[in-house]
Every structure is written in structure tokens, then in C-alpha cells.
Design a binder for this molecule. Sequence first.
Ligand SMILES: Nc1nc2c(ncn2[C@@H]2O[C@H](COP(=O)(O)OP(=O)(O)O)[C@@H](O)[C@H]2O)c(=O)[nH]1
Ligand SMILES: [Mg+2]
Length: 456
Amino acid sequence: MSTIAAISTAQGAGGIGVIRISGEDSVKIADKIFVPFVGEKGKCLQNLSGYRAKYGRVLHGNDLIDDVIALVFRAPHSYTGEDVVEISCHGGLYITKRVLRAVLESGAALAEPGEFTKRAFLNGKMDLSQAEAVMDLISARGKRANQIAFGMREGKLSGKIAKIKEELVEILAGLSVWADYPEEDIPQVDENMLKNSIKKICKKLHAMIDNYDTFKCIKEGIKTAIVGRPNVGKSTLMNCLSDSQKSIVTDIPGTTRDAIEETVMIGDIPVLLVDTAGIRDTLDKVEKIGVEKARKYIDESEIILFMIDASSALCDEDRELLDKLDKSKTIIILNKCDIAVKVDVQELSTFKNRIVELSALKGQGIEKLKEIIENIVGLSNFEPSDTVVCNERQLLALKKAVKILKEIINQMNFGITLDAVTVLIQDTLSVFMELTGENVSEAVVNKVFSKFCVGK
Ligand SMILES: Nc1nc2c(ncn2[C@@H]2O[C@H](COP(=O)(O)OP(=O)(O)O)[C@@H](O)[C@H]2O)c(=O)[nH]1
Ligand SMILES: [Mg+2]
């Protein structure tokens, strides 16, 4: 396999930048551009054993580029399982690119997106589901997402799947004894027991599937729009939650005329918040466009924070707006509670435990809002130890397995032969093998890694 290289740190000014080289010739290539402070240029890195580093300079042609540390990893004890050199230079767009160019001109090929991790998978350093979790680990935004992604990268899904596979293999073994020696004095296959074992497996798979939606919210965030008529305090809430003065707040109705977006962490959930223009009929050309935008955001949002000025009674405008909203995704915010609560809560009884009394100005009631959002996302029933699925590919595989297993039970009720059961269980096993990458097409592998960034 060719030797590849890429900048592995984020692009931009930073304290340190790392250029990673992996493959058979990585150490030789690094030696071509590396001049040690102590020792001779030429074979200095090739003479190093694994996990050893040298301090020196990168020389490209006649240009000295930077002082660097070159760290050598020896196969198979590296991230990719191949010989790896990591050159740490000063971070910065220019320097890292110059070092990379020097490496490429010395014989390495530019790595494809995710190619280092792909090689780690191909060299058996991790299975496919673990490789996929690397991406989640990099992009985790909260503590919980981080913990879960870490567990996935450690191989939690593979572990659970391995157990289920064992159970299926045991079932297969029982079935094959019966198929191979039908005349012998072997007890009949107990069909009820067989069905029960399959049902148990389905239950385990369901637990893994059910947690995925919540995990997806924790990992990708949940789209949330603050909506209501003008001057109820939407922008004040936006500023309070984002701890900034992003939205302009005045006592003049129609201040916010555009949609203002910001990602805020509410507890462990990244909330992709948008502050919208207050919805009303208006002749102002700009505000009108803002109101249209607000309507679009309402449609796209997974949660709507419908804000009411609680210091005065509910008005027809509030009612009209509320009527048009999807109630199942709406939380009612009674704002300005620091003044008074004049709204008749009876009238909002359909929203029962989705009403929050709040003062955006004073930052009161946020805790309760957080609880409600966590409930909607499903965090209260969330079982981190069952959270092992990190993307749609894995989810689909589990769903496919459940479908086949349910089909078996169903067919058994109609007298399917045990031979046919055997075939279907083998099908389930191959679904799992595709999931972990033991038996997977090159196209699937390529698709998985194409979503990675270059350098990972
Ligand atoms: N007393 C009180 N005033 C608030 C509260 N939230 C917002 N306001 C005031 O209400 C006015 C309109 O606020 P703004 O956030 O611009 O409302 P928006 O038009 O819905 O975005 C401003 O004068 C705010 O200071 C609150 O919780 N309590
Ligand atoms: Mg506003």
C-alpha cells in the first residue's frame, strides 16, 4: 500500500500543527526532509525504534521551514497499524502546508478523507463500527456525547453484537445436530424455547435501536425556534440562553426582522436555536420577509418555544398563532413572570407539563425549560449503556436483523421448516458481519470513510 500523508490538526492558527505520514516508506520519506539538531541528516529517523522522537528542522530544497519534533511509530503499534511518522511543527496555515508539501514531494501521496482510519480498519486495529465512532468522538460537543462516543470507539457495539452472534450460533448448532442426525435419539428441537431465545435477542436489539434517536439529538443537536408575537421577549431569551447580546432587544415591536441563529448547550443537549421575527401582519417590507422566514423555521424545527407575554392576558393574536403550530413539538413559555402572571393557564391545558413560567430578563425558569427539553429528547429514559449505535448505517443493520428474526417467529407460527429457520438465522448473522465490517463490500467501506475529514 502507498505511503500517505496529511495535516491531521485543524486548519488555522494554533500552537502546534501535526503532519501525519503512514505507510511502508513513511520513515524513509521523513528522513529526506528532516535535519536533526543532534546527529546527521539521512537515516536518523530510520535508526529510531517505535515511540521515539527527534528534535530537528524540516528542510525543503534550500528552505528551512520550521523547528519540529518527529515522532516515529513502528508497525503494528500505531494508529493505522503501519509505520507512522508524526511531524509536529508550529500550528498555522502556512507552515503546516509547507511541511506537507515537502513530505508529498519526497514521495508520499496525499491521504484521502478518513484514509488513516480506513487503514486502521483494514489492518485490524478496529472494526468498522469502531472506526465510525471515531468520527463521533471528534465531533462530540457535550460530556455525555463524548462519553458515549468513547464507549463506542472502545468497541461497545461490537461487544454486544459478538454476544448476540454467539447466541445465534448456539441456536444454529442445536438446529444442525437435529438436521444432521434426524434418526438418532436426539431430543426434538423445542420450538417454544427457540422462539423465546429469538424474542430475547430482538428485545436486546430493540433497546439499542430505541436509544439512537436520543443519542442523535445529543450528538447533532435539536433544531429549536423561538416564536411568538412581537415584544414578548424572544430576543431576550435568545441572549439569555446564548449568554451573549446577539439579538437586539428594545421595547419597540418589530425589532428583530431577520432570523438569528446560535447553538447553545442546554444541559447536555446542543440546541440549534433560532430567534425569529415576531409574527404579525405588517406593511414593512423587511419585517414581512422576516415573518416569512419565521414561518419557514417553524416548519423545520423539532421544538418550538412559543412565547407569550404572561404579564398581560392571552390575546387573539397569541391564540391565532398557537392554533397554527404543531402542538406535539411546542413548549409554551410564559415570559415576564417577574412582573405578573395574568395568563389564564386553564386555556393552555392541552400543553399540561409543557408550560414554563420564565423571566428571560432575569434568567429565571431556565432549569425547568431544560428539564422539559430533556424529556422531549428522551433523556430521562436514556440508558447510556445501551447506546451503542452511532449512525444510520448501523441503525439500519440492527433494524434489518430484527426484521429477519421477527419473520422467523412469524413463519414458525405457520409451520416453517427448521431448515428454513437455519437459513434465516444465517442471514441475520451476515447482517451483523456487515455491521462490524467482517464481511462487507468495498463500496460500503469506501462510503463510510468518505464522510471523514482529511487527516483522520
Ligand atoms: N420584565 C421583563 N421584561 C422583559 C422580559 N423579557 C423581555 N422583556 C422586555 O420586553 C421588551 C421586548 O423584548 P424583546 O426580547 O426584544 O422581545 P421580542 O420582540 O419578542 O424579541 C424589552 O424591553 C425587554 O427588555 C422579562 O422576562 N421580564
Ligand atoms: Mg426580537
